[in-house]
Design a protein around this ligand. Structure first.
Ligand SMILES: Cc1ncc(COP(=O)(O)O)c(C=O)c1O
Length: 475
């Protein structure tokens, strides 16, 4: 418990530094003051400050206290090499992702590649009970189609949960899908045609690139800040220059950067896109996993005209194998429901009823509270191990939620080669180029911290670090 507390206090201080409460060179308030401020013991604040010292954010000066380090560890650079004049492009290089995620099927591989919660981090027992109840009580429904928009029980539960994200959406305004991936693809098809330009974050989740590629659309990369996501100014410049048909963004806990836009930024973005008549596809799949427990409002919360197609799923919380997701498509509802029907007829009845039953039982929020804390700790441990084991100058993001970490190696290192060597050694990672339609981010990689931390995981990061040291790219 004490361990949890000091880690949380360290995270709060780190956030205060990022928000500019303290600048490099500033002295932090004295330990006794911090202790009173946080209402904890002296030992706990000391442990928090020492942790930040280990992470090279603070430095202790003898008889003086803790100071914010000059040039405190920089974050990865936003949108490597992306400039305002880079136009849209067709997506290439995504075929290799299947090989990468297939490694996840092999239990002997230590997987930092695909980002999915393991059985230890889903409410497996409660879900089992829900499956049993559905089998007992809803037997007649299980073998039947549950045509779009899908069963009302789950859509009602989803609409209630979306209130926490500031969204006033009725059950009738949602459509159930096979995971968030189907929600994204249907949304794209509803608002755009082959050849159209889709603005995306850079780097972005490779599934978004695959959805764009599968529809023959073109992607336009918008450089994305590792703390705040896409900045409205960059979107505005792109809108002025290119014929953007829609945007696909992750305003809260984006993948792979873990960024989160402020509520004001989200509101500004929605208004800007409204002015240009451009719909927003919002991917909020990590929205329920904020480390500080504060559910952020979605961009959809600021949507008065039905321009935002909100996509999510239970893959990151209840399990990716359930394949249960949804979209709240705003004014594109009829079109999305029809495309859903035309694409896959329905979402598996058993799965959606079981998730609805689980949510009706009322333990989801409690489960999420403990899952968030565990992910936060796992992310911190993984990040600390990377900093320790990877070549000097390696940069690591500081995600505020979710469970993925973006790592930027120094110039000259090649993550594709690292991924190749890693898989030969039984470790999978997601190399940077798959997060860009044009193969940028050659020296970056994404690591999933979903797996509970243990000696095996630590050993795998150490081995990855050794491999990274051994692979300076020849110019
Ligand atoms: C940001 C993001 N969107 C969508 C998906 C796809 O989700 P699902 O498994 O629910 O289809 C993922 C899965 O990794 C993701 O990280």
């Amino acid at each position: 418990m004490a361990e949890l507390l000091y880690e949380r206090i360290a995270a709060t201080i780190e956030q205060q530094i990022e928000q500019g409460l303290y600048h490099p060179g500033d002295r932090l308030p004295g330990l006794r003051r911090l202790r009173r401020q946080f209402g904890v013991s002296l030992a706990t604040v000391v442990a928090a400050c020492e942790l930040l010292e280990q992470r090279e954010i603070l430095e202790a000066r003898p008889r003086s206290g803790f100071y914010v380090r000059e040039g405190a560890r920089p974050l990865p650079s936003p949108g490597e090499g992306v400039s305002d004049v880079d136009g849209p492009s067709l997506v290439s290089g995504q075929e290799r992702v299947l090989g990468l995620v297939q490694a996840h099927n092999d239990p002997s591989v230590i997987s930092f590649g695909a980002a999915a919660p393991p059985v230890e981090l889903v409410p497996a027992v409660a879900l089992d009970r829900s499956f049993a109840r559905v089998r007992r009580r809803q037997r007649a429904r299980i073998p039947t189609y549950d045509f779009p928009p899908g069963n009302l029980e789950l859509r009602t539960q989803i609409a209630r949960r979306m209130v926490q994200a500031g969204c006033n959406v009725s059950p009738d305004e949602t459509v159930l899908t096979v995971g968030c991936q189907e929600a994204l693809t249907l949304s794209l098809r509803a608002v755009a045609d082959p050849g159209d330009v889709i603005a995306i974050e850079s780097p972005t989740y490779y599934g978004i690139l695959q959805a764009i590629e599968s529809q023959g659309m073109r992607a336009l990369e918008i450089p994305t800040d590792p703390v705040e996501g896409v900045l409205p100014g960059a979107v505005e410049r792109a809108l002025a220059r290119w014929p953007i048909r829609c945007c696909v963004f992750m305003p809260s806990f984006g993948n792979p950067l873990g960024h989160v836009a402020s509520e004001a930024r989200k509101e500004e973005l929605v208004a800007l896109l409204r002015d240009h008549g451009v719909p927003l596809i919002e991917d909020d799949i990590y929205g329920e996993l904020p480390f500080d427990g504060v559910r952020r409002w979605a961009a959809k919360a600021y949507d008065q005209y039905g321009d935002v197609l909100y996509c999510s799923s239970f893959s990151k919380t209840l399990g990716a194998g359930l394949r249960v997701g949804w979209v709240a498509p705003g004014r594109y509802r009829e079109r999305v429901a029809y495309l859903k029907y035309a694409t896959s007829q329905a979402t598996p009845t058993m799965m959606t009823l079981a998730v609805a039953d689980y949510l009706e039982q009322g333990g989801y929020d409690r489960f999420l509270r403990s899952a968030r804390r565990r992910y936060e700790r796992q992310v911190q441990r993984l990040s600390a191990a990377v900093r320790q084991c990877f070549p000097e100058g390696t940069r690591v993001t500081r995600p505020r939620g979710g469970f993925v970490v973006w790592v930027e190696l120094p110039q000259g290192y090649d993550s594709l080669e690292l991924a190749k060597r890693a898989i030969a050694g039984g470790i999978s990672v997601a190399p940077g180029p798959i997060f860009s339609p044009t193969g940028r981010y050659r020296r970056c990689l994404r690591l999933s911290a979903a797996r509970p931390w243990d000696d095996e995981v630590h050993g795998a990061i150490q081995r990855l670090g050794e491999m990274a040291h051994g692979l300076r790219m020849t110019p």
